[in-house]
Design a protein around this ligand. Structure first.
Ligand SMILES: [Zn+2]
Length: 393
């Protein structure tokens, strides 16, 4: 078998024929020619037989490694004059626009990034972490389910930090599927407004419940005319200072490790503010357990407020005021069963992923990683793909 035939079969890159294979100490370079005569615009469906010119330098893409060797695919590309996009280098079926990697390579990297820590991914695929971020962004643009904003009935709006120094993303979760369906950089009213603008009036009218925390920014956006006209606003009463607080104020007793349980016993023996805070936090959680009637819930929440207000614990006294202000929203959250506990697993996953994204330099890349791991995307590894791919001509 000729080496070019062997590499045609090995690579199976759609729409190409292998012309030449050269071996270097750490790299194999495979030169391919596109089989199609027509040139395709990389950004739209326009195609033409007319070439504008041929690029003087070859384009190259890193492909999946072959054994210990890096594999680089090379091709001479032509340029097309697209009526919409102007003079552009033609698109190729085996790589995404503006990428120096093949689809197969990018799909592998995106899959790994959702499952492995930063160091492991970098070492395994030998690319910089920032490049991993750019790859994630391209895969998301390509694979994200365009219908993800259809049929939304109950959503949660939350913020998450993606980088030290108060860099935030706003994320919208579909409570029905437990997937993150929308995200953007920032955490103010305007950020949240962007979501409702993209959702549009018709789909917004279908929203039956919107849950958010007690921060004023999102509530202000949700309350704007047309944003969620038929939705019950559900408020998560656990404020940020408790979310980020010590494990003792966060974890459920049954989920503590042995060491943590021992520390908790010690805390109980000593009593004091930390122990009282723990008790109050557990009591509030019990109101949210979902096994009470609406009237019992109301009664217990009001009693909790009285107790917390007298606790002399500054954060709880403050929380009482906010709970009283948002009493209706909080009761709605309990009634509809939309609360922290329900989305706890997803929130933990989002936090784990955003910590991994801390090395990324753009919010877009951090958001992409969140969407890859928690969004409506099915990532497939190269050998799980069908042979029909987008752009194959
Ligand atoms: Zn075009």
């Amino acid at each position: 078998m000729r080496v070019t035939t062997a590499f045609n079969r090995l690579l199976a890159l759609p729409g190409t024929t292998v012309r030449d294979v050269s071996f270097e100490p750490a790299q194999i370079t495979v030169t391919v020619a596109l089989r199609r005569r027509r040139l395709a615009c990389a950004d739209c469906s326009h195609s033409s037989r007319a070439r504008y010119d041929t690029r003087t330098v070859d384009s190259s893409w890193r492909h999946l490694d072959l054994g210990r060797l890096r594999l680089v695919v090379r091709a001479k590309l032509r340029r097309i004059d697209c009526p919409t996009h102007g003079v552009r280098t033609e698109g190729v079926p085996f790589a995404r626009v503006e990428s120096g990697f093949t689809r197969d390579f990018e799909d592998l990297v995106a899959w790994l990034a959702t499952r492995m820590d930063k160091t492991a991914v970098r070492r395994l695929v030998r690319v910089a972490w920032q490049t991993v971020g750019a790859i994630c962004a391209r895969v998301v643009t390509d694979q994200l389910d365009p219908g993800r904003l259809e049929e939304l009935f109950e959503v949660g709006i939350d913020e998450v930090s993606w980088r030290k120094g108060h860099r935030y993303l706003t994320l919208v979760t579909d409570h029905g599927t437990g997937k993150v369906v929308w995200g953007a950089q920032g955490k103010d009213t305007a950020t949240c407004d962007q979501f409702f603008a993209e959702l549009g009036a018709d789909r917004a009218a279908k929203l039956a419940a919107v849950s958010t925390d007690m921060g004023a920014a999102y509530l202000k956006s949700v309350a704007k005319p047309g944003h969620a006209p038929n939705a019950t606003v559900c408020i998560d009463p656990f404020p940020k200072q408790f979310k980020g607080a010590r494990w003792v104020l966060l974890k459920r007793p049954e989920r503590l490790t042995d060491t943590q349980a021992a520390t908790l016993r010690k805390l109980r023996r000593h009593g004091g503010a930390a122990w009282r805070a723990y008790g109050l936090k557990e009591a509030l959680r019990a109101v949210f357990a979902g096994d009470l009637t609406p009237s019992e819930t109301t009664e217990l929440l009001d009693r909790w407020c009285v107790k917390a207000a007298r606790s002399r614990l500054e954060p709880f006294v403050k929380l009482t005021g906010t709970v009283r202000t948002h009493r209706e929203g909080i009761l709605a959250a309990i009634r509809l069963g939309i609360n922290n506990a329900r989305v706890e697993a997803l929130n933990n996953k989002v936090r784990l992923i955003t910590r991994r994204a801390y090395g990324f330099h753009s919010a877009q890349a951090a958001l992409a990683l969140v969407m890859l791991a928690c969004g409506p995307i099915t990532l497939r590894l190269p050998y799980e793909q069908t042979h029909v791919r987008p752009h194959s001509v």
